[in-house]
Design a protein around this ligand. Structure first.
Ligand SMILES: [Fe+2]
Length: 456
């Protein structure tokens, strides 16, 4: 019997095996300068019959491809071994610290920092550290320096080597800004009072500020009582606001009210010459119920918020009205002015989360977009209706190459083979045929976020 849950079906359907394959076939030519690992995390539940399964709550599975010297050395996929996942595999849990009894197979993002590979998740649990080959080392509290977990999206400031994070947890009356130094120790935490237990999936960073999004999706005891697996709901009584927390600690957070909306992801942010803060983000313009993953009205648009802390005002501009998500910049420009951005148009996601019920053929489009925000242009690399594309990640050609001088990579479903390809596009020749397609041996379910982690 097919599953009745749309997140257990089609492009979302989980895989059932962990595999390791070496010496992968490639169409095209793999750039020799790409030496490292492309890793991507996503939910892959072990229980395939749960009709109440929430996409955000499947056990994390990391998929990775190792590139070196023009070769694709391996593909691996591994579940993150939380206590429950280890038990289901009949294995001994690697053990380690647990925050407030919340152990979870981190399923949302995967990053490299301070020599560690870290799978991240939010709402309380700690990140999990993995080996270079994706085996679970254990939960990570940075040598006992991290008080709670932190949310899935972190921001590395390449100028300082500091990793910034925001922690939220339903039982707290605050959220917490966390700074982790280049060596992997928490050096500073700042608690910021909030009401109602808001979800803070992402935030933004500039050279001067941490930009907090306190939006009306909040923890709900009623949702807990109603048996919602993810008890965060649209809460019209919660004032939407954006907060500017000075990174130097010189003053408390400055809150500025905005219209109700929801934002999962920021593209990037920076300080402009006039003392304002520019944040580019993907915005759900009307209500979004995270507990059911239904947006009242699609699509999600790419917007610019210009925050004026003196006037206490946020001005909004529409950058692109095409339904898109998973915005990314070249990681080296995080917190500094960016010119280019990449995002994904994922037909299956648009269809799954928008409540309108009417879908033109365009709704099924799969593409990766390249935005040139200096020239207000966008290019689309289209993959076709059944070629589901995931988040795109930028890999520079060299550590000091210019922004956009490099490659854009993503897992894309190859309907001819019924398996995924790692597709590598030349950023500066974006609509041309991919530079390379690494042919992977299995499907990769639609998932969340990843990183290019270069060797060096
Ligand atoms: Fe995310």
């Amino acid at each position: 019997m097919p599953p009745e849950n749309r997140f257990l079906d089609g492009a979302f359907a989980p895989v059932t095996e962990e595999i390791s394959v070496f010496g992968l076939p490639v169409t095209g030519r793999l750039p020799a300068e790409l030496s490292g690992r492309y890793l991507r995390n996503g939910p892959n539940p072990l229980d395939l019959d749960d009709p109440n399964y929430h996409w955000f709550l499947g056990a994390g599975m990391v998929h990775g491809v190792r590139l070196r010297d023009g070769h694709a050395e391996w593909y691996r996929n591994r579940w993150v071994r939380s206590k429950a996942v280890a038990a289901q595999h009949g294995e001994t849990w690697p053990a380690g610290p647990v925050h407030e009894g919340m152990d979870f197979a981190a399923n949302t993002h995967i990053i490299g920092h301070g020599g560690r590979t870290l799978a991240t998740v939010e709402a309380g649990p700690l990140p999990y550290e993995l080996s270079d080959e994706l085996d679970t080392i254990g939960p990570c509290d940075f040598g006992g320096t991290l008080p709670g977990g932190f949310a899935a999206h972190t921001k590395l400031d390449h100028a300082t080597g500091e990793l910034h994070a925001i922690a939220y947890f339903w039982a707290w009356d605050h959220v917490q800004h966390v700074v982790i130094d280049a060596a992997g120790q928490v050096t500073r935490t700042t608690d910021i009072a909030v009401a109602d237990g808001p979800m803070m999936h992402d935030f933004a960073l500039t050279a001067r500020y941490v930009v907090l999004l306190d939006l009306p999706v909040t923890f709900s005891l009623n949702a807990v009582s109603a048996g919602k697996e993810l008890p965060y709901v649209w809460n019209p009584a919660h004032q939407a606001r954006v907060g500017l927390l000075p990174r130097d600690g010189s003053s408390p957070v400055r809150w500025i009210e905005v219209e109700p909306c929801w934002v999962f992801h920021c593209l990037n942010a920076y300080d402009d010459d006039g003392g304002r803060v520019v944040v580019d983000l993907c915005q759900y313009n009307q209500s979004f119920d995270v507990s059911t993953l239904w947006a009242a009205h699609g699509p999600v648009t790419l917007d610019r918020w210009i925050i004026d802390p003196v006037a206490g005002k946020v001005t909004q501009q529409r950058l692109d009205d095409r339904g898109q998500e998973f915005p990314r910049v070249d990681d080296r420009v995080v917190s500094r002015p960016h010119r280019y951005g990449y995002s994904a148009v994922i037909g299956e996601v648009n269809r799954a989360i928008t409540a309108t019920g009417d879908f033109t053929d365009d709704a099924f489009t799969n593409a990766i977009l390249r935005h040139d925000l200096a020239h207000d242009t966008v290019e689309a690399h289209e993959f076709g209706r059944d070629a589901t594309a995931g988040e795109a990640v930028f890999a520079p050609a060299a550590p000091d190459s210019a922004e956009d001088d490099g490659y854009v990579m993503a897992f894309v479903h190859n309907p001819d083979r019924g398996a995924a390809d790692l597709v590598i596009l030349a950023a500066q020749d974006f609509t041309a045929e991919p530079v390379a397609r690494v042919h992977l041996p299995a499907r990769i379910p639609l998932g969340f976020h990843g990183s290019w982690i270069p060797d060096r």
